[in-house]
Design a protein around this ligand. Sequence first.
Ligand code: ZN
Length: 140
Amino acid sequence: MVECSVWRGVIEVESRSQYDIIDVTGMVEGAVASSGVKRGLVNVYVPHTTAGVIVNEAEPGLLEDILEMLRSLTRPGHEWRHNRVDNNAHAHLGQVLTGPAKTIPVEDGKLLLGTWQRILLVEMDGPRTRRIIVTVSGLA
Ligand code: ZN
């Protein structure tokens, strides 16, 4: 019998500074292993408005480039209207660019990531604790 299952777990990570990128690939792989799902999808979602999720290479220079790009596009310190509320408009705008979630295919219980692809949490208003909701759905 073919059985479809949906598994959900929460990962917590601590960002270390205002801007930070944290590689959560290993934690997501662990969640997929725990789920027992062999063929399906894993969704990695942050329930936050000032942090995002991307899938890209974790080469240290590139990570700095990504943060430099986000800073230059979202201009921390610019007189954004939202800064009258809590002074973090740049982080909200950065999340508009990264998105709050990514979905990755799962096959034979493994993530179908390319050789250089990693799942990266992008912090733009840290340091703080961030929650990542991991949902694995598919055939067990
Ligand atoms: Zn805000």
